[in-house]
Design a protein around this ligand. Structure first.
Ligand code: RB5
Length: 143
């Protein structure tokens, strides 16, 4: 799978860990920043990753900031994005099964790296359940 990654300064370390994990698992990773040690504003990176996903350059995206909240708010402004902020393996799994989330948002200041990695893995491995498509169509109609 082609996966675009982005973070602000608060999420940079976790983003690099996730990039390494995904590459090791054989995914094609497009790391869109930020640069290490650079203090940045998260909307720019949310826009870059969301743009890559809606343009088809990436199948999915992962965004990391301090809480994941800012990234999820920003990414969900982009038409076609279903960005899910998750806090554990259960919400990560259900964000795929029920919401077909095409971007996963994580909070580096609220999640340990092991749980974060498990969230990414659960989200990628869980298939969408088609019975929820009607709700996603209703969301798309609001865009
Ligand atoms: C940056 O200090 C912090 O506000 C950001 O990483 C994120 O948590 C915003 O939602």
């Amino acid at each position: 799978m082609r996966i675009a990654l982005g973070s602000d300064h608060a999420g940079a370390e976790l983003r690099l860990e996730i990039a390494a994990m995904l590459e090791e698992a054989g995914h094609d990773v497009d790391d869109l920043g930020c640069e290490p040690q650079q203090r940045v504003d998260y909307p720019k990176y949310a826009a870059a990753v969301a743009g890559a996903v809606v343009a088809g350059g990436a199948d999915r995206g992962v965004l990391v900031c301090g809480t994941g909240i800012g990234m999820s708010i920003a990414a969900n402004k982009v038409v076609g994005i279903r960005a899910a902020l998750v806090h554990d393996v259960t919400t990560a799994r259900l964000s795929s099964a029920h919401n077909n989330a095409n971007i996963l948002c994580l909070g580096a200041r609220v999640l340990g790296p092991t749980v974060a990695r498990e969230c990414v893995q659960a989200w990628l491995e869980t298939p969408f359940e088609e019975r929820h498509q009607l709700r996603l169509d209703q969301i798309a109609a609001m865009e």
